[in-house]
Write a protein that binds this ligand. Structure first.
Ligand SMILES: [Ca+2]
Length: 477
């Protein structure tokens, strides 16, 4: 039988253990680069790019080699990507659409699943988010102690370093650095440009001067950053600038890691390195992120490193927004209910080989794709076109098998899988449309600016809505 003294002693012990647990909570440091390709990191296969600081994190960490952002309802793929990171939910869901359409003043109702910053605040974290401002999902998450635009990667690193110096050891830290780099115009100081020469940069094996058909987004602003036809010279120049910007960013990441070391916090920090979306750099004749090719618009780097995280990598399909539940589980924070995202911890721990069997990506109403470990089907509803690739023998998607009758069964099977998967993610667009347009595309004589295109689209959407309302009104009468 326990005496009163032993019960009291046990209560004291439990209380002291709780205090110890609170002060020993792991810090989380999340580096989210803008438009960083999955091969934009040396340690992940980048042949030319120099990223010594990120490489060191990768070498002691765990990389997801098939990680993607789910998709986008607009040219600015960054915006839904960041809304999905903040919410852990598909951008196709009404509550995430409300964030995307709500503007800077939108406040998410308390009844919705908590946002990432909110979850970490509840868990007792001191938090800073320094980075890209202006796109509204970054302002919707109001739960950061410090929320600041650093202007450049160096400014963002300065903000994080000051925050570490002020708060280290007092509370667990959530450090979220989301700089503009290496997004175009691919900023970096002059000294970084000297590191890369356009002439030394090899072209991707699937380089093309022009994309072979109209994917529904041929004139988006990103695609207009180089003239048509693309040339090895123009793409080489763009890649040189891009790599310079990545190396500049890498140095700033190195400064933040050093600040954690100096504060005695390096060993108890979980590091996450990711990109918000990918970017084509000459592959298939594309130069933007508004496509669903591998190493195109949706594929991203995703690496976790820190205490309890094994060194290794996995081919398991991951979505970028999985960072939300994964970082929570790694840090011992309860994962909220209602997320579409899945914790990747079972894969990192080696208890499960994968968390999903197929991977679905989407872009506006004009592109959908689904892939498994071998096959990939892409669908372009607006021109009634399907592509089929055997990624095992054709990882660069150069041999479209869709016209080969031998694969009719495979196309049927993957189309059905695409249909059920996208519906489950909240997709309401169609895979086939009435009166599809022609697939052929050439550069128009007069190229409308992106702003003009957006305006024309808004006008068309309003007209469509009006027609729909008139039709409903007519049917009621
Ligand atoms: Ca981006």
């Amino acid at each position: 039988m326990k005496t009163r003294q032993t019960v009291f002693a046990l209560v004291l012990l439990a209380a002291s253990m709780q205090v110890a647990a609170a002060s020993e909570k792991l810090n989380i440091c999340f580096f989210l680069a803008d438009d960083l390709r999955a091969d934009g990191i040396g340690a992940l296969g980048g042949q030319i790019v120099k990223t010594p600081h990120i490489d060191k994190l990768c070498e002691r960490g765990f990389a997801f080699r098939n990680a993607y952002t789910l998709g986008s309802d607009r040219g600015g793929v960054c915006v839904p990507s960041r809304a999905m990171i903040a919410s852990g939910r598909s951008y196709l869901r009404p509550d995430v659409q409300a964030i995307l359409k709500g503007g800077a003043k939108y406040r998410r109702p308390e009844t919705e699943t908590p946002l990432l910053g909110q979850t970490l605040a509840t868990a007792g974290y001191a938090s800073i988010r320094s980075g890209k401002f202006g796109s509204n999902p970054n302002q919707v998450d109001q739960y950061y102690d410090v929320h600041i635009d650093g202007k450049t990667a160096e400014g963002n690193a300065d903000n994080l370093i000051a925050f570490i110096q002020k708060n280290a050891g007092k509370k667990p830290l959530f450090l979220y650095m989301a700089p503009h780099e290496p997004h175009d115009p691919q900023f970096s100081p002059k000294s970084y440009h000297a590191l890369y020469k356009a002439a030394d940069i090899p072209m991707p094996v699937n380089f093309l001067p022009m994309h072979p058909f109209d994917n529904g987004e041929m004139l988006v602003r990103d695609e207009q950053t180089l003239p048509w036809p693309r040339t090895p010279e123009s793409v080489g120049g763009k890649r040189a600038k891009y790599y310079a910007s990545v190396t500049y960013l890498d140095d700033q990441i190195g400064r933040v890691v050093d600040a954690l070391k100096q504060a005695g916090q390096f060993e108890n920090t979980i590091f996450i390195v990711a990109g918000d979306n990918g970017l084509s750099l000459g592959e298939h004749g594309l130069i933007g992120k508004q496509n669903v090719y591998e190493l195109g618009g949706m594929e991203v780097p995703l690496v976790f490193a820190g205490p309890g995280i094994a060194q290794g990598e996995s081919e398991s399909f991951a979505y970028l927004y999985d960072v939300y539940p994964t970082m929570c589980e790694l840090a011992g924070i309860p994962v909220p209910d209602g997320l579409d995202a899945k914790s990747l911890v079972p894969v990192i721990n080696g208890t499960q080989p994968k968390v999903r069997d197929v991977l679905f990506t989407a872009y506006r109403d004009c592109q959908r794709a689904i892939r498994d470990e071998r096959w990939k089907l892409a669908r372009y509803p607006l021109i009634d076109k399907t592509q089929l690739f055997d990624l095992q023998s054709d990882p660069h998607e150069m041999n479209d098998l869709a016209a080969n009758p031998e694969y009719a069964g495979k196309i049927k099977e993957l189309t059905a899988l695409l249909e059920t998967t996208r519906r489950a993610m909240g997709d309401t667009d169609a895979l086939t449309v009435a009166n599809p347009g022609k697939a052929e595309w050439s550069v128009p004589d007069v190229i409308p600016t992106w702003k003009e295109q957006v305006k024309a689209r808004e006008k068309a959407a309003q007209q469509k809505q009006r027609r729909l309302e008139e039709k409903t009104k007519g049917e009621k009468q």
